[in-house]
Design a protein around this ligand. Structure first.
Ligand code: AMP
Ligand code: MG
Length: 411
């Protein structure tokens, strides 16, 4: 059985981007850049005024001595191009963002100017370049604005727009199907017969993937019957890039998912991981299609999702970062993990100025759903750990997305 780190490494090394597509700027948010964006020209392209005021020659107003007013020979608003030159003894009225007319080398804010019938009086010395934004100050032509692999934020979209781009090349998002399996399952809203339970896992998966901006479909739960399982999984693999199931991957007589995937020709990449909860996790692949068999216990499905499916979803979109990002948290309780498996402890987080404090969110049994809802983090407790109060330990913080993508980004 692989360790947590080794299983993650298998996913990382095998995940390949599914392809590229071009999308409008508005659709690019939260996607991963598949092609770099380079600046086609300098930004700003020409020197422009940083203030509403007057473009002047600084040598005309360098000394504080008595001097004649500067004659105002014209004006330039933002969006116009100047058609006059600032000759000695003259000024041109300019507005913020307007190109600075030739001859001028400073802009004096209008607040510092007294307007007279003969021209403007400036009661202070003016220095060269004052209130002028030089060309290329933001970025010169050819600058790489968005590198390949960049997780696209609102500011990146603004940057691309500044450079005149209306579209971006991004990696394709996987088409995801979630599918709960288990004879005992009942759809919420239906009456519950004796011995049966409501399906919560497929709702967890669907909601989580939606939160990540990934379109996801959910099919009705799958009974533990060999023919049904094989037929449904074959149909699913045909239509989706990844099929995420829950249940049916451990060693019981009704655990058919793994056998069904293998009979459909999938190569087994992971069959069991030394984690708690979530040990029976199974992952297979064939021809660029993927199957994640998460265990059925709700906490096991949750850990499988956050610890393995989540990073894979970004790697398969070409994100190069080390995921899932592990945030440092401070223990407000001692934590022990006597077993040989990495323990994902559902914890509550308290944000304080000196850091995030973590404590257990409740009973940690893999069947317990409420603890998950009360938690904000998954403390990653290494095998054989005996951690005292105050220890700084790593935690996954699912709702911190996209912060963890940015923190773990290499670009
Ligand atoms: P399995 O992995 O199929 O052996 O299931 C392990 C445990 O998880 C059993 O107690 C199941 O009843 C429970 N379980 C399986 N699937 C779900 C589901 N979709 N929602 C909630 N509990 C489930
Ligand atoms: Mg089952």
């Amino acid at each position: 059985m692989r360790t947590y780190e080794a299983a993650l490494e298998v996913l990382r090394s095998r995940a390949r981007p599914l392809g590229k597509e071009v999308v409008s700027l508005a659709q690019a948010l939260g996607r991963v850049a598949a092609e770099a964006v380079r600046a086609p020209s300098d930004q700003p392209p020409w020197a422009n005024a940083a203030m509403d005021g007057y473009a002047v020659r600084s040598s005309d107003v360098a000394s504080p001595d008595e001097r004649p007013p500067l004659r105002v020979v014209g004006q330039v608003a933002a969006g116009q191009w100047p058609d006059q030159t600032v000759e000695p003894g003259t000024a041109v009225r300019v507005f913020t963002g307007a190109p600075v007319p030739p001859g001028a080398d400073a802009v004096v804010p209008q607040e510092d100017v007294v307007e007279t019938p003969a021209g403007i009086q400036i009661g202070r010395p003016v220095s060269l370049g004052e209130n002028i934004r030089p060309p290329a100050e933001d970025f010169p032509a050819g600058t790489c604005l968005i590198p390949v692999g960049r997780y696209i934020t609102p500011a990146d979209i603004a940057l691309a727009a500044t450079a005149g781009q209306d579209r971006l090349w991004v990696y394709r998002v996987p088409r995801v199907l979630v599918l709960a399996s288990g004879q005992e399952l009942v759809e919420p809203g239906q009456p519950l017969d004796r011995g049966r339970i409501y399906d919560s896992n497929s709702y967890l998966l669907q909601a989580r993937l939606r939160r990540l901006g990934i379109p996801v479909e959910r099919w009705p739960w799958l009974p533990d019957r060999w023919e049904d399982v094989c037929q449904t999984l074959a149909r699913a693999l045909d239509q989706f890039d990844v099929v995420i199931t829950t249940g049916g991957v451990s060693v019981g007589a009704y655990d058919l998912i793994r056998k069904a995937w293998e009979s459909l020709g999938l190569e087994t990449l992971i069959a069991g991981v030394a984690v708690k909860p979530g040990k029976p996790l199974w992952v297979g692949t064939a021809d660029g299609r993927w199957a994640f068999g998460l265990p059925g216990n709700p906490a096991s499905a949750y850990v499988g999702l956050e610890a393995f499916v989540y990073p894979w979803l970004w790697w398969v979109q070409g994100f190069p970062g080390a995921l899932p990002y592990r945030f440092p948290v401070i223990l407000s309780q001692p934590v022990q993990n006597p077993g040989g498996r990495t323990f994902f402890l559902r914890c509550r987080l308290h944000v304080r100025p000196e850091g995030w404090y973590a404590e257990s969110a409740g009973p940690q049994g893999s069947h317990i759903v409420r603890t998950t809802a009360l938690s904000q983090g998954l403390l990653v407790v290494e095998p054989n750990a005996r951690w005292e109060v105050g220890t700084v330990a790593p935690a996954l913080v699912p709702e911190a997305h996209p912060l963890d993508l940015l923190l773990a980004g290499t670009v």
